[in-house]
Design a protein around this ligand. Sequence first.
Ligand code: TYD
Length: 138
Amino acid sequence: MDRTKPQIIELPKIFDPRGNLTFVESGNQVPFDIRRVYWIYDVPGGEKRGSHAHFKGIELIVAASGSFDVILSDGHDTLSFSLNRSYRGLYVPAGYWRTLDNFSSGSVCMVLTSTPYSEDDYVRDFDEYLKLKADNEI
Ligand code: TYD
């Protein structure tokens, strides 16, 4: 895979009449070491999450339940992904501005990331992001 490009990664799905199962292993299904996992849930209708970029953090975003959209921007082009399967993850390299919206009721957004939490790794202002992109600093 091209690690510089956002893309959907199909994860293993173990079909089972008792209920299906999906798994990920650091450095195996995901091309980075997983240092942190967080999940977003109980999102009220119409709310957005995210709207930031990371200098270093690489992510795999999974709709563990329900559905939502992930909108990615590199400052020029915009890409939109609808996530609605528990066995599919969106790989997001560092440096993309990403916004999550259109959450279905009861959805769970699980994010596997390559870095421990650090506010220093965030850009939360889009104009600042565009400036950093223009200066090749993100
Ligand atoms: P925030 O980054 O604003 O959420 P979003 O994904 O919608 O942009 O995070 C909300 C708050 O949670 C913020 O105060 C930082 C804190 N937080 C942690 O402490 N650890 C974490 O791993 C994450 C993702 C957030």
